[in-house]
Design a binder for this molecule. Structure first.
Ligand code: GSH
Length: 232
């Protein structure tokens, strides 16, 4: 079992996990060094993961001074609070804007993520198209929300990546891989002009470039998931 070291920041995650990417991105934005404790895969869970997130048994888990913090966007908030004097704030300054940002992050996980998960699990063409249409439908309110949150700036967070950017942006590698594999557009330029430009800005950001996996490696992950699902 990997050692949890009191003096260090450590992260249990998976390189292809959008949830682990969120935490890595927040740590990168704050300039926090950490030790990556890579899980083998989604199913063969390490003893440390089971012990440190006994309720959900899911990664990512962040250890700070030996203390485990679970749930990706709760971890991002923890990072923003703990390293508030480093980098720019991730959550907006005003409590109304903070509540709005938290609402959209909840929405991303509640509405967009399930349709992407269904798309990954789909093997029949009809199911793929249905899941892609559901994912696109979930993006529509975000296209509008971008205008309000960004106020004409490049990110939901304004001039820099913020809370909503982190939550949504870390699904981009999965969206791009699904589009490439199945040839069905989810985030099309015509339908989502704001989000398409935002996606380019997000992917070109230095912190995101360090954290987001190579686009070429992602389709293979989806093929592996699909092979496992159909075998089950
Ligand atoms: N809501 C969780 C989701 C985390 C999650 O689904 N993690 C996946 C890895 S991508 C996992 O550990 N899956 C194992 C399982 O579902 O049993 C978060 O935001 O951290």
């Amino acid at each position: 079992m990997a050692d949890v070291r009191e003096e260090e920041v450590q992260l249990i995650g998976l390189w292809y996990s959008p949830f682990a990417m969120r935490v890595k991105l927040a740590l990168s934005l704050k300039g926090v060094e950490y030790q990556n404790l890579e899980e083998q895969n989604t199913w063969d869970k390490s003893e440390l993961l089971l012990k440190s997130n006994p309720i959900y048994k899911k990664s990512p888990v962040l250890f700070h001074r030996g203390h485990p913090v679970c749930e990706s966007m709760i971890i991002v908030q923890y990072i923003d609070e703990e390293w508030r004097l480093q980098g720019k704030p991730i959550l907006p300054a005003g409590h109304v804007e903070r509540a709005e940002a938290r609402f959209w992050v909840y929405y991303v996980d509640d509405k967009l993520y399930p349709s992407l998960r269904n798309h990954v699990a789909a093997t029949a063409q009809e199911d793929k198209e249905k899941a892609a249409a559901e994912a696109a439908a979930a993006l529509h309110p975000l296209e509008k929300a971008f205008e309000t949150a960004s106020k004409g700036k490049p990110f939901f967070g304004g001039d820099d990546i913020g809370f909503i950017d982190i939550a949504l942006g870390c699904f981009l590698p999965w969206i791009r891989a699904l589009q490439k594999l199945d040839g069905i557009q989810i985030l099309s330029d015509n339908t989502f002009p704001n989000l398409s430009t935002w996606a380019q800005n997000f992917s070109a950001h230095d912190a995101a470039k360090v954290v987001l996996p190579d686009n070429d490696k992602m389709p293979e992950v989806i093929r592996t998931f699909r092979a496992l699902f159909s075998a089950a």
